[in-house]
Design a protein around this ligand. Structure first.
Ligand code: ZN
Ligand code: ZN
Length: 594
């Protein structure tokens, strides 16, 4: 009783049952009518309902934004592409559209490819819609997600912001879906199943609700742009930056030539170092993009050229200096750094290839006065770490931010004036039919972080291949040329959007069993689909976590009914695992692989 009086401020407030000593004393007090127990729902989410709001009607759109808004509001299509250069002010257009929906009592879903991005946009949405905004993503606890789920179902939340899984929320009256950064490959869920593309699933969801969909991007995917040109989607474009600021000036440094002239320090060209120095002297910030994490990518014996590999996967181990270990980026296997070569016992081990950790360390040496931070998978393992890094950067406690793809996406910081791409060749030479498209998107997106609020941004691309077409396209901000070239290739080499791909991956511990099973499956698929079947072949990484991998790809013309084909494929896959000795073969289907 004493404890209750204390906690309740002498009976003025209710006390949670769990805060009182459990046992017979409590039961007796309740039985004798001294205390009563009542059930209350306690929210785990902060309440924003009495926050002071800004009326979205007060947003003044510029001419381009207004034209885009009018176009998107027209009823000519249900799906629109909003193609606006980086920092053209797409968010204001979205907010105006959401406002129309909210005022009519409906719901709007706002999808972003990364959880990190939701953190930036949430404050902008709350400013206008306060307690009507719900946020949903996989980093929330199950109980938090349950609460969002209920509030979506009841219609209390009218604006839902989330990463890809938010499309599965139980909407009450969905009127609008915005898929921002629609080109982003993070929308595709690959592991574990279900293997779905959130953009494509969103289009399906919108059709069920007869809702409008806006696909927004500065670098639309080839598929989406194709659909817009075919007039299956409506299209609005914005070609100028909001506030009249200029797009950043993009230059490239020929690293071969720079080496020849002695204008390279470690992994940095003198041109990039000068740009960084200038930015720092003006108290401006810098973002550097390197698409590999770790310190150095390989530890190699200088005498016999042995490179330590993962024992479970067909990849070399990456050196991480922070933990002084060699680690596998596929399965997490790790060993201490060996002092001598495991093959020839030579002690001449050298490190080759450079990751974000190394870039971070070198910068600290080159710019001892500057505060350098890193954002990649390793530095954001804990729940709120990425938020802390972003907040530190926003409040200028960080001068230079080094990172992987994580730094390329959508982030909006006022004081970034220089962006450096450490190694463009790594980004371009990725073996996929989408590699040029992706490289263009990543480089254009990261460039777009520069000079957003005052113009005069500077981007420096380091490359050994300065005349590469994709680099030229990025430098000229020429999406159209990139698209024309890509669509041509896709047509000739039979890729999406002209063909649909189904990728089948088979896995087994034993390479011989796997080969036999894959050949069997390819044979049966060929008798059903003839030349539409490619493979089997080993994928780029042919063994992961102790399992060998083989892939078979099928391609179907857009006009062919894929539903029937899927049934036949599934049947062949099921038959395969019924064969003697093959029950352990795992068969994975991925329709429209990213
Ligand atoms: Zn050796
Ligand atoms: Zn491994």
């Amino acid at each position: 009783m004493m404890q209750f009086l204390q906690l309740s401020h002498f009976g003025k407030e209710a006390v949670a049952k769990r805060e009182l000593p459990q046992g017979s004393a409590l039961q007796t007090l309740v039985k004798n009518g001294v205390l009563t127990i009542e059930e209350r729902i306690e929210s785990r989410l902060r309440d924003y309902s009495d926050m002071e709001l800004v009326d979205p009607q007060s947003i003044v759109l510029n001419e381009e934004q207004q034209q885009a808004f009018d176009c998107l509001q027209s009823n000519s299509h249900n799906i629109f592409l909003l193609h606006g250069v980086t920092s053209s002010g797409k968010t204001e257009v979205y907010i105006k559209m959401i406002d129309e929906v909210v005022r009519a009592g409906g719901q709007a879903l706002f999808l972003l490819p990364e959880i990190a991005l939701t953190a930036q946009i949430i404050n902008r949405l709350r400013k206008y819609f306060g307690g009507k905004v719900g946020i949903y993503h996989s980093r929330f606890s199950a109980s938090e997600r349950t609460e969002v789920w209920h509030r979506t179902l009841s219609g209390e939340y009218q604006v839902l912001l989330g990463a890809r899984s938010a499309i599965f929320l139980p909407f009450k009256d969905l009127k609008l879906i915005i898929v921002d950064e629609e080109h982003d490959s993070s929308y595709k869920q690959f592991e574990p199943s279900p293997r779905y593309h959130a953009r494509d699933a969103a289009l399906y969801l919108a059709r069920q609700w007869e809702a409008k969909t806006v696909l927004g991007s500065a670098t639309p995917s080839v598929e989406t742009h194709f659909n817009a040109l075919q007039e299956r989607y409506g299209m609005a474009t914005m070609t100028k930056r909001y506030g009249g600021f200029s797009l950043p000036e993009v230059t490239c440094v020929d690293m071969k030539e720079a080496h020849r002239q002695g204008l390279v320090k470690g992994h940095f060209s003198v041109a990039l170092l000068q740009a960084i120095e200038e930015a720092l002297s003006k108290k401006q910030q810098v973002i550097l993009f390197q698409n590999r994490r770790g310190f150095s990518l390989r530890l190699e014996c200088d005498d016999c050229h042995e490179v330590p590999h993962c024992v479970h996967c067909d990849v070399s181990l990456v050196y991480h200096k922070a933990t002084n270990s060699l680690r596998c980026h596929y399965c997490g296997y790790s060993i201490p750094v060996p002092s001598e070569c495991p093959a020839c016992h030579s002690t001449h081990l050298k490190m080759t290839g450079v990751g974000t950790e190394r870039i971070e360390e070198d910068l600290q040496i080159l710019f001892p006065e500057a505060c350098v931070a890193r954002m990649d998978l390793d530095s954001t393992l804990q729940k709120n770490q990425y938020l802390e890094i972003l907040s530190d950067f926003e409040h200028r406690r960080i001068d230079i931010l080094v990172g992987t793809q994580m730094v390329t996406k959508g982030l909006d910081f006022e004081h970034v004036s220089v962006v450096g791409i450490i190694n463009a060749d790594n980004i371009i030479n990725y073996p996929s039919f989408r590699s040029y498209e992706r490289a263009f998107q990543q480089m254009t997106q990261v460039s777009g972080r520069a000079g957003r609020h005052n113009g005069g941004g500077k981007v420096i691309i380091q490359t050994y291949n300065p005349y590469h077409q994709v680099i030229a396209n990025v430098m000229d901000n020429d999406y159209q040329s990139l698209y024309n070239e890509q669509i041509q290739e896709r047509r000739v080499f039979r890729y999406p959007p002209f063909y649909r791909l189904i990728e089948i991956t088979l896995k087994h511990r034993d390479a011989e069993v796997l080969n036999a099973a894959a050949d069997w499956m390819a044979f049966h698929l060929r008798s059903a689909f003839a030349t539409r079947v490619l493979g089997p072949e080993y994928p780029l990484v042919s063994r992961i976590r102790g399992l060998y991998l083989k892939q078979i790809t099928l391609r179907f013309e857009k006009s062919e009914p894929v539903a029937d084909a899927k049934r036949v494929i599934r049947q062949i896959g099921d038959d395969l695992t019924k064969q003697e000795g093959w029950s352990g073969v795992t068969v994975i289907y991925d329709v429209d692989p990213a």
